[in-house]
Design a protein. Structure first.
Length: 451
């Protein structure tokens, strides 16, 4: 279904009306429309291919998909997509411009899923919040620290139900890990490590020269959205390789940090980091490095041994020293995971895997807590109905995203310890780093509160 873009005047009026203030008359109290009706929640989706396909189907367990939007209407080699969504929800209204969809549909919606490249998370989500819609937004919540702070404030002011798509927060394994640590099984924690096998896309590269003809059924301008204009190149940005580019993604750290750093922040009840320092290759002008080691320093908590605690992140094949884990000979660290060093021992947890305590003989009789399964999507849709609450609402996932994104700024300044003032939202010892806390949106794409 092809949609004619809305006029400049209509778009300008729409954005002005919908983003002027989170406390405007457009904001509806939490769950009012859903809770007062026995009907299913009425949900929309922005992005229905790849991870968006997973998200829209996850949300559909607890509601009816009445509208969806995707910039790609042609055949593509990935899960789901525009055509498959049209077959699965033939009565749903179809759009290629999310602004037009929200303009037309918002009065009949309860919530929206946002599953775009990172650079479009905040613009879509902020607009939905100002329209009083519950939002389920993929991780990382935003591409910049400023956007994360602004979404957190807006969601709180609007009193809408929110959830970030770090679905592993709800998995039994991570919840077991957090309980074990908070029960003091290995004593207080003196340091922690987190790592991923990403990137599995190009990083540490320069922009290729030239341009290609835009694929049929793909709206390149809509895909660019708030990002600076650039020529289209086949298989360089869309549909998968955008994560490595500064303008569109947040690299391996942005992709997996909101999953793997999450249990560290959660278990240790960490507040904002006070510094971040990157070690690795000098980044190219437009892409994240091939690999990273980033050392965060946080103020200590009642879960930690000292006044400060260091948390180290690794990606691109780098790992913490194996000997730190106290694992038996012949046992290797998982390809992705966390390592906690406590007063009495260590815990190693592969990404969404059962926690392992070491030395084995010391903790052989430790019983892991028995926990119920939790569906991250149903948790969100239930909360819209006023049943329970979300576990990674923006009050939690906004600050978590800020912490993760500190590392993406640090990665531009090798071997430089960046001192961070979270309250002021600024780096105090290197003013140039503050240029990357906030990004200006492209002309015609500005959203009140973000640009």
């Amino acid at each position: 279904m092809n949609v004619t873009p809305i006029s400049h005047l209509t778009r300008r009026r729409f954005l002005k009306q919908t983003t002027a203030t989170a406390a405007s008359a457009l904001v509806y109290p939490v769950g009012i429309r859903a809770a007062q009706s026995k009907d299913k929640l009425r949900l929309a989706a922005v992005g229905v291919g790849g991870k968006g396909w997973t998200d829209v189907n996850g949300a559909a367990q607890g509601g009816e998909i009445v509208a969806f939007c995707d910039v790609e209407t042609g055949d593509i080699k990935r899960k789901g997509g525009f055509g498959e969504a049209a077959e699965q929800w033939p009565k749903a209204h179809r759009y290629t411009d999310w602004r037009k969809m929200l303009d037309k549909e918002h009065k009949n919606l309860d919530g929206i899923t946002v599953s775009t490249p990172d650079h479009m998370h905040a613009p879509v989500t902020m607009t939905a919040i100002h329209l009083g819609l519950a939002t389920y937004t993929q991780k990382p919540l935003t591409r910049t620290i400023f956007e994360a702070r602004q979404l957190t404030k807006a969601a709180q002011n609007a009193n809408v139900v929110t959830q970030m798509g770090n679905q592993n927060h709800s998995k039994v394994e991570y919840r077991q890990l957090v309980q074990i640590i908070q029960q003091g099984t290995i004593g207080k924690i003196r340091e922690a490590h987190a790592w991923t096998n990403r990137p599995i896309w190009p990083q540490g590269i320069n922009r290729p020269a030239g341009k290609d003809k835009v694929s049929s059924g793909f709206n390149w301008n809509q895909w660019l959205g708030v990002a600076p204009k650039r020529p289209y190149l086949n298989d360089t940005y869309h549909p998968f390789k955008w994560r490595g580019w500064f303008d569109f993604g947040a690299g391996a750290l942005g992709d997996m940090g909101c999953h793997i750093i999450d249990p560290v922040v959660w278990a240790l009840e960490l507040g904002p980091a006070q510094s971040a320092q990157y070690h690795g290759p000098k980044p190219k002008p437009e892409t994240f490095p091939e690999w990273e080691i980033i050392k965060y320093v946080f103020p200590g908590t009642e879960r930690t041994t000292g006044s400060e605690i260091e948390v180290t992140w690794y990606d691109g094949g780098k790992l913490p020293p194996r000997e730190l884990a106290l694992m038996p000979e012949g046992t290797e660290l998982p390809s992705q995971g966390t390592l906690f060093l406590g007063e009495e021992g260590t815990i190693v947890t592969g990404h969404v895997s059962t926690p392992k305590l070491y030395p084995e003989e010391k903790f052989r009789d430790v019983q892991l807590p028995t926990l119920d399964q939790v569906d991250h999507y149903l948790q969100w849709t239930d909360a819209i109905h006023g049943i329970g609450s979300t576990s990674t609402g923006f009050d939690y996932s906004g600050p978590l995203t800020e912490t993760v994104l500190l590392g993406t700024v640090a990665a531009r300044f090798p071997n430089t310890k960046l001192e961070w003032n979270s309250k002021a939202l600024e780096f105090t010892n290197l003013p140039k780093a503050n240029d990357y806390v906030h990004a200006e949106y492209r002309k015609g794409w500005k959203v009140e509160g973000l640009s």
